[in-house]
Design a protein around this ligand. Structure first.
Ligand code: ADP
Ligand code: MG
Length: 436
């Protein structure tokens, strides 16, 4: 059995039978085109391919790593365009070493609205004048709001100009660093990151508390910026708010331009659903598009999952996608997503986000920041789980359900009058429901 099949066989153990039969079974592995660091698979259509990319690609890569002991990027292409794009990918991979840019992350595919126009304009102008306008460019915002998409859109522009682009998440950067450190090949590590033309580092907030990596990153940053090479960074928060980030890095991250992305307003969500349904060739009428846009909270990433699901279900059941059908599919999806949320999980996420301990939220402390965190946690637990007020009272160590009911009333007032509070609730809802 070849390695590709072996990996898929192991994957079968880890996922549901339905997922395996519906998606993974449709993959074929190309032994000829695959190399020691690139595994090539074909999918029969864009939906299967997108679905696998978003849900299983990381797992597949992980399994390759376990079996071969080295890092392998997985490419999933459509059969028809396969050989052309694979050849290109191999060349690109040689050029850009790290994980590949997603070619559909372009400026054209990015819908612009009030929530993201500042970040869009900033990235666009950097893509027109590498190293000359804002360096570094720092983009921050919540989960699924398009940071990676924008950063890669610039990356694609640079790559098409023949520049050497490294796109890497901070976690990959950390793994690479650790590996070179262990193998005593730090010279090669440094050379690799310092000879690129453009460095894109995604989710840099994970730098916090990693002191050695911060030190190394600092020197990479200095070396690149010193010779006018463009650096783009993303994070889930402003550099000032990344706890445990060295002063010198924090100030450097603000040297160029810091741009935020906010959750999309309804019009932007509608435009995004419309565009994604075109790209994925799922036919939806205006009414359904509006409905989907209203139901999803702010995480745009959900849209692709929803479209794939609608498409798959309508094919399986031989029905057209109408509003009723859409409502049912989405209802399942919401329930499914929320079923797994627990009071512990929610409290933990809130505590982590606000830099306090979960036990403090559940304590009797009246200090201001803890009361604030406790209110948020109670509200989210009420909103996202099926627990009753007495259950919540017990969990949060309050006297009885009237205490909870009082707190909820207070929170509803805040939601109406305090915009910051409301945004925080939305941000956390997004975080909690998108990681489950
Ligand atoms: P982030 O990096 O901020 O978590 P991503 O860039 O990964 O978010 O975006 C999640 C998904 O949503 C991607 O498929 C991306 O293409 C899509 N997306 C986000 N914002 C937009 C937008 N304004 N227009 C089109 N697609 C978008
Ligand atoms: Mg991202």
């Amino acid at each position: 059995m070849n390695i590709g099949l072996e990996v898929l066989k192991s994957l079968k153990e880890e996922i549901t039978e339905v997922e395996y039969n519906r998606y993974i079974k449709q993959l074929t592995y190309d032994e000829q085109k695959s190399t020691s660091d690139l595994a090539v698979f074909y999918a029969p259509n864009a939906l299967v391919s997108n679905w696998i990319k978003s849900k299983f690609k990381k797992k597949i890569e992980h399994l390759f790593e376990i079996k071969t002991g080295s890092r392998v990027s997985v490419s999933i292409s459509l059969k028809a365009e396969a050989s052309k794009s694979i050849d290109k990918k191999i060349v690109e991979q040689k050029k850009s070493v790290q994980s590949l840019l997603n070619p559909s992350h372009t400026f054209d595919n990015f819908m612009v609205g009030g929530s993201n126009q500042f970040a869009y304009a900033a990235v666009k102008s950097v893509s027109e004048k590498a190293g000359q306008v804002y360096n570094p460019l720092f983009i921050y915002g919540g989960v699924g709001l398009g940071k990676t998409h924008l950063m890669q859109a610039a990356g694609n522009v640079f790559q098409n100009q023949g520049k050497v682009v490294i796109y890497i998440t901070l976690e990959q950067f950390l793994n690479d660093f650790t590996r070179h450190l262990r193998n005593k090949t730090m010279e090669r590590f440094r050379e690799k990151y310092r000879k690129c033309d453009v460095l894109l580092v995604d989710d840099i907030q994970f730098l916090s508390t990693k002191e050695m990596l911060q030190e190394e990153f600092f020197h990479t940053f200095e070396a690149l910026r010193g010779v006018g090479k463009q650096i783009i960074l993303t994070a889930d928060k402003h550099p000032k708010k990344i706890a445990g980030l060295e002063e010198r890095l924090q100030s450097r991250f603000e040297w160029g331009l810091v741009a935020d992305i906010q959750p999309p307003e309804l019009e932007t969500k509608i435009a995004i659903v419309e565009s994604k349904s075109k790209i994925n060739k799922v036919k939806l009428n205006k009414e359904i598009i509006n409905y989907i846009a209203t139901v999803i909270e702010s995480n745009v990433r959900e849209i692709e999952g929803i479209l794939a699901k609608l498409h798959a279900y309508s094919q399986l059941m031989h029905v057209d996608i109408d509003l009723e059908f859409t409502k049912n599919v989405l209802k399942d999806q919401m329930q499914e997503k929320r079923k797994n949320l627990t009071l512990e999980g929610i409290t933990e996420t809130v505590a982590k986000d606000l830099n306090i301990k979960p036990s403090e939220i559940k304590s009797k402390s009246r200090s201001k920041n803890i009361v604030y965190a406790r209110r948020i946690a109670i509200y989210l637990c009420r909103d996202l789980t099926q627990n009753t007020m007495p259950q919540l009272a017990q969990y949060f160590g309050m006297k009885d359900h009237t205490a909870i009911s009082h707190t909820l009333k207070k929170i509803n007032e805040l939601m109406e009058n305090d915009e910051d509070f409301k945004v925080k609730i939305e941000e956390l809802t997004n975080k909690i429901t998108s990681t489950s």
